[in-house]
Structures are given as structure tokens and as C-alpha cells.
Design a protein around this ligand. Structure first.
Ligand code: HMG
Ligand code: MG
Length: 313
């Protein structure tokens, strides 16, 4: 099997991870998490979303999070990293540009029903909404990424055909979206289905511009990551401590944990540039804030090992 020698991780914890929490997480805690992630070697992360605060109240502090990132103490850590944010429309884009985002994400879906639930419009209407966002981002020198939600299954429509993923990838490519993520929003995919969805996206993007974004509802996300690696995918979006979910995707749970992906990749001799021990520190920090254990087998195992070795000293 010809695996890539290097894999690129986009950390989505501060955004996907925290958008689905019941309680608001303080800006200072979000910043603490981002600082730990940067210390662990994360170089690309979703900081927040510029979306309607009525739709996702957890992201209503987007401006404050972005302003806090300007702290001089963070400057050196942040310098090599790309700060990415979600922007569904021009209102979001304008706020994101003013806040200094370096990459914006337009988020579409391969399922009509989910598109309506998540962004209140059809797939075709969403493409018309994204087009000026992408053009204005590029005019401002800001990079663009597209998410294709429900690429394997939809909570409202059931199984989603790969051809639907190809359609959205084609439309995103035509409007100039630079890279895309194929997202299993509700974590129902299994390896061959996920490969088929990725291959559909690969009809319109080359392998270096397609990422896997897998939620772990049915415990398949790490297997799906391996399946994606097997067809050459070398970019994954994952969430610290396995946090995450979309408030408009009924039943969806967290993303695959970044720690679990990194542990697997390092075990396979694949470089990520990430320090796993420090990543576990980030997971421990946010899990303390949220008052529960990380939803990551690797973090739990490593934290237990640390406790045992501290206890035996
Ligand atoms: P709408 O209600 O149709 O829009 O929502 P509207 O234009 O009628 O605006 C409604 C109100 O929101 C207005 O305020 C606007 O000003 C305001 P009001 O006049 O009532 O006071 N508004 C905004 N405020 C701040 N920033 C904005 C913005 N836009 C409008 N950008 C809309 C349409 C797209 C805005 C809404 O549906 C929305 O914000 N949806 C976001 C849903 C969301 O964030 N979902 C989670 C992220 S996607 C995800 O998690 C999946 C992913 O992880 C991949 C995967 O796993 O699948 C990426
Ligand atoms: Mg997601």
C-alpha cells in the first residue's frame, strides 16, 4: 500500500468542536485551547464561524475570539499558522475579512434537505450565495475552502449518492473554491462508501486539494481515515478530544479525535509535524473546561498512563 509520507491536519475543534456544546465556552477558554493546539504544532485551524448568532449562538463570540487572537503573546505561535473561519454569506465574509481571517470556508451539502436545515436554502441557492463570497475572498488575498456536508448520508434523506458529491465539487471548483472537504457529517459512512464519496470529489479536484472530514457517530471515523489514506488522501480535518457535531444534523456526534488520527499516523511512520504529548495537553485542558473526559481513546489512555506514572513516583 502506498501511503503518503506526510499528512496535513486541519484542527476544527475550536469551531466544529465547540459549536455543538450546550453551554457557552468563554473566549478565554477558547483562546487557551488554541494556544495549546499551536504549541502542539497545529498549523491550520478553524477558529470560529461568522454565522447568524440566532442559528448558532455558540459562535456569537466570533469577533471576540478573532480579536483575542491578536494578543502580542500569541503572535510568534500564530505566525506559521493559518486561521480559518466559516462564512456562509457576504455578511459573514465581510466580518471575517475585518477580523483578519486568512482562509474562509463556504459550507454546502450533497443533500437538499440538509442544505435547507443548515443554511436555509437549496443547494443551487447556496452556490449562488457562495459565489460572491469566494470572489471577494480571493480579491482580498484570502484563501478559500469548501465543505461538502452529508457526502455519504443525510439525517433527513438517508444514503447520498457519490454523484451528488461530484455535482457540488464541480460547482465549487467552477466558482474557484481552492480546496474542499468531503464530510461525513453524521458519521454513518464505512470505508468503501467514504472512498466512493472522495473519488467523486476527486473528479473535480486533485488529490492535494481534497480533505476528509469524518464524524465518529458509528465508530467508523478512524477506519474511514485509513480508507481515505489508501486512495492517497493526505489532508484530514479532525477535532481535539473528539468534540464536535452540527446542531442541524440530528444525531451527529463528534469528529474523529485529532489525537487518535495523529497516533495512528505516527504509528504508521507518517509525519504530521504534531507533538502528540502536547496535543493530549490540549485535550486535557478543554476536557477540564467542559467537565468530561476526552472522547478520544488515545487521550484517555495517555492521561491514565501519566496518572499511573505520577502515582508510582
Ligand atoms: P437566514 O435566516 O435564512 O438568513 O439564515 P437571513 O439573511 O434572513 O438572516 C437572518 C438573520 O441573521 C439576520 O439578522 C441577519 O442579519 C443575520 P436579523 O435581521 O434577524 O437580526 N445574519 C448574520 N449574522 C451574522 N453573521 C452572518 C449572518 N448572516 C445573516 N454571516 C444563514 C441563513 C446562512 C445566515 C443561517 O442559516 C446560518 O447562519 N447558518 C449557519 C449554520 C451553521 O453554522 N451550521 C454549522 C456549521 S456547518 C457544519 O458544522 C458542517 C461541517 O463541519 C462539515 C460537516 O461535518 O458536514 C462544516
Ligand atoms: Mg463537521
Amino acid at each position: 500500500m502506498n501511503y503518503p509520507s506526510r499528512v496535513y491536519i486541519t484542527e476544527v475543534g475550536p469551531r466544529d468542536g465547540l459549536q455543538n456544546e450546550q453551554a457557552m465556552v468563554a473566549v478565554s477558554d477558547k483562546l487557551g485551547l488554541i494556544e495549546r493546539l499551536l504549541q502542539a504544532g497545529i498549523r491550520h485551524f478553524e477558529a470560529t464561524s461568522f454565522v447568524s448568532p440566532k442559528w448558532v449562538p455558540q459562535m456569537s463570540d466570533a469577533q471576540d475570539v478573532m480579536a483575542a487572537l491578536q494578543a502580542p503573546a500569541l503572535a510568534a505561535l500564530l505566525a506559521p499558522a493559518t486561521v480559518s473561519v466559516l462564512t456562509p454569506n457576504m455578511k459573514g465574509l465581510e466580518a471575517a475579512l475585518a477580523a483578519g481571517a486568512q482562509e474562509v470556508v463556504v459550507f454546502g451539502a450533497a443533500s437538499e434537505a440538509f442544505s435547507h436545515k443548515n443554511i436555509n436554502c437549496s443547494i443551487a441557492e447556496s452556490m449562488a450565495m457562495f459565489e460572491p463570497v469566494v470572489a471577494a475572498a480571493h480579491a482580498a488575498g484570502v484563501a478559500t475552502r469548501g465543505a461538502i456536508s452529508c457526502a455519504v448520508g443525510c439525517p433527513y434523506e438517508g444514503a447520498v449518492a457519490p454523484a451528488k458529491v461530484a455535482d457540488v465539487a464541480r460547482m465549487m471548483n467552477a466558482m474557484g473554491v481552492q480546496r474542499i472537504a468531503v464530510a461525513d457529517t453524521i458519521g454513518v459512512g464505512t470505508p468503501r462508501a467514504v472512498q466512493a464519496a472522495l473519488e467523486a470529489a476527486l473528479q473535480h479536484y486533485d488529490i492535494d486539494h481534497v480533505a476528509g472530514h469524518f464524524h465518529d457517530t458509528y465508530g467508523q471515523a478512524l477506519s474511514n481515515t485509513l480508507a481515505a489514506l489508501q486512495i492517497g488522501v493526505n489532508h484530514f480535518e479532525s477535532s481535539i478530544a473528539g468534540l464536535g457535531g452540527c446542531p442541524y444534523a440530528k444525531g451527529a456526534t463528534g469528529n474523529v479525535a485529532t489525537e487518535d488520527v495523529v497516533y495512528m499516523l505516527h504509528g504508521m511512520g507518517i509525519d504530521t509535524g504534531i507533538d502528540l504529548d502536547k496535543l493530549v495537553d490540549a485535550a486535557a485542558l478543554i476536557s477540564n473546561v467542559l467537565g468530561r473526559q476526552p472522547n478520544s481513546r488515545v487521550s484517555v489512555a495517555m492521561l491514565n498512563k501519566r496518572l499511573a506514572s505520577n502515582g508510582s513516583k
